[in-house]
Ligand binder design. Structure first.
Ligand code: ADP
Ligand code: MG
Length: 275
């Protein structure tokens, strides 16, 4: 019988796969006399579960790099593979959907919308994911409670401290359960206490198996990273892994399933459960 002829079970080694691969990436601004390069022959492979800190002087291309990885900007030349697929072949529409589902952004100045209460701010990414409003608000409320901001749901951004605003921004970044978190100097406007709280939250998000790419000017924060990259003039100057690939946190599929299930009232969630 076929079953008897199967070889003995091999131990299953699950390696963290390449989630992002950038090859010979270039970003050029201007032409001729005004030509300048924000990224020059930039090569970088990122495994799922890495926590990368990017450092380097102002103007060396850190924000440009995050914007390209986050599909907010396009490289002039070179290749960007996201989960093994070239983003050049992905339509603008699908890129927008990928961005909404797979990528969470955190900015130095929080980028919360002042006219909207915190709850509505955090719920915004779910509009693009297509959840109905009640589900969006419930998910946003859950995300805010994770960051101990549930009682501030109906406050507007300016009514919160900087640290609280950044925690709300992190709630917004993770509400759609993305795989990649991009953070551009997320602690740049915070005092050291608020900064540590934000870093501890990012550490917890990373421990769940998420990939984090964060720009910082603060060398003390690199203790949170599994890899530290120093950039200079649009290229990588140094690249040091402090945690080996085998020891990166694995994303448990049960985690993402659990979080995705939480909006209990959606039709799709119901049909999924029935299956
Ligand atoms: P960083 O985040 O490391 O400070 P940036 O990625 O913002 O650096 O910028 C990298 C380089 O690209 C800088 O020299 C900057 O002046 C230039 N640059 C960024 N955006 C533009 C733009 N829209 N037009 C022209 N030059 C730009
Ligand atoms: Mg920048």
């Amino acid at each position: 019988m076929l079953i008897l002829s199967l070889p003995p079970k091999q131990p299953l080694i699950i390696m963290n796969e390449d989630i992002i691969k950038l090859t010979h990436l270039t970003k050029r601004y201007g032409y001729g006399d005004t030509e300048s390069f924000a990224l020059k022959d930039f090569n970088l492979t990122i495994k799922r579960g890495e926590f990368i800190m990017i450092m380097g002087p102002s103007g060396c291309g850190k924000t440009t790099l995050l914007n390209i990885i986050g599909l907010l900007d396009r490289a002039t030349s070179g290749e960007y593979l996201l989960n093994g697929e070239s983003v050049a072949n992905i339509s603008a529409r699908r890129q927008a959907r990928l961005r909404a589902k797979k990528i969470g952004f955190i900015f130095q100045n929080f980028n919360l919308i002042e006219d909207l209460p915190i709850l509505e701010n955090v719920a915004l990414p779910l509009v693009y994911v297509g959840y109905p409003r009640t589900v969006r608000l419930k998910s946003a409320s859950n995300a805010l409670s994770r960051f101990h901001l549930q009682e501030k749901e109906y406050y507007h951004p300016s009514q919160l401290s900087g640290g609280q605003q950044q925690r709300a921004a992190i709630a917004r970044a993770i509400v759609a359960d993305p795989e990649i978190i991009l953070a551009d100097e997320p602690t740049g406007n915070l005092d050291s206490r608020a900064s540590s709280i934000v870093m501890e939250e990012l550490k917890a998000i990373h421990a769940e198996g998420n990939t984090i790419i964060m720009v910082t000017h603060n060398p003390a924060l690199t203790t949170y990273a599994t890899r530290v990259i120093n950039m200079l003039d649009g290229s990588i100057a140094t690249d040091i892994k402090t945690v080996s690939d085998q020891n990166l946190p694995k994303s448990s599929t049960s985690k993402s399933k659990k979080r995705k299930k939480s909006p209990k009232t959606t039709k799709s969630a119901k049909t999924r459960r029935k299956k």
